[in-house]
Design a protein around this ligand. Structure first.
Ligand SMILES: C[S@@+](CC[C@H](N)C(=O)[O-])C[C@H]1O[C@@H](n2cnc3c(N)ncnc32)[C@H](O)[C@@H]1O
Length: 218
């Protein structure tokens, strides 16, 4: 296991999860419908933690697939609901199924299309910005590998003044978003706001649509 992985597991163990929000992210609630994704369609939440965004997406009628390194986070997520849950670890990933939500415990970079199934979209809040500079291009390529042409998602990134090497969360500006994603996604900036945690951080909301044959080019 890498040092970065150890650091995330230690954060969860020690409860250093200041990024966690008890309520669904306001930008998700406000902007999700602009993606126009059908009820019943499957949504990927990479590096999901125990975000209630997943329950909100399920309540909109989606099947939700969450992927998270810290199984402790996924256990906590499952325990927050009375809904029965099934658990197995047949694959390289530990898996929980609770209603329309399926959670995979393991490294996102080992998550394969065969497990993801036919995805229609994704929701990245604080996933890209959790990763150091050297890993972010790999993340953008892996996301593209998992999503078919036309799949759409929201990406909520962050900038701060502490410098590009300081994180997590890392500061990822517009130039970098376009450099990482433009080859495989149509990227549209939607808005920027102060991050609720203050500390001079700003959150930036993007809509991304996977490019490729059959995907509408607006
Ligand atoms: C900043 S948190 C964001 C969690 C969630 N998206 C939210 O909004 O609360 C980043 C999460 O990514 C997880 N993580 C880091 N590297 C990962 C990897 N390679 N595979 C899966 N999860 C990872 C961490 O354990 C942590 O829970």
């Amino acid at each position: 296991m890498s040092d970065q992985h150890e650091q995330w597991l230690a954060r969860w163990r020690e409860g250093r999860i200041g990024f966690h929000l008890a309520e669904p992210h306001p930008r998700l609630v406000e902007y999700w419908s602009c993606l126009g994704l059908a009820q019943g369609s499957r949504i990927l939440v990479p590096l999901c933690g125990k975000t209630p965004d997943m329950r909100w997406l399920a309540a909109q009628g989606h099947e939700v697939i969450g992927v998270e390194l810290a199984t402790e986070a996924l256990e906590a997520f499952v325990a927050e609901s009375d809904q029965p849950a099934a658990h197995d670890n047949d694959t390289r990933f530990e898996r929980w199924q609770q209603g329309a939500i399926t959670l995979y415990g393991g490294d996102f970079f080992h998550f394969r299309p065969a497990l993801a199934g036919e995805l229609a979209g994704f929701h990245d809040r604080a996933a890209l910005v959790a990763l150091p500079p050297s890993t972010r291009q790999r993340y953008a390529l892996h996301l593209a590998h998992l999503l078919p042409p036309g799949a759409a998602g929201l990406l909520i990134s962050l900038t701060h003044a502490a410098g590009p090497a300081e994180g997590p969360p890392y500061s990822v500006d517009e130039h970098e978003i376009r450099r990482l994603f433009d080859a495989n996604f149509r990227c549209e900036w939607l808005r920027s706001d102060e991050d609720a945690r203050g500390q001079g951080m700003r959150e930036h909301l993007w809509r991304l649509v996977r490019r490729g044959p059959g995907a509408a080019e607006a």
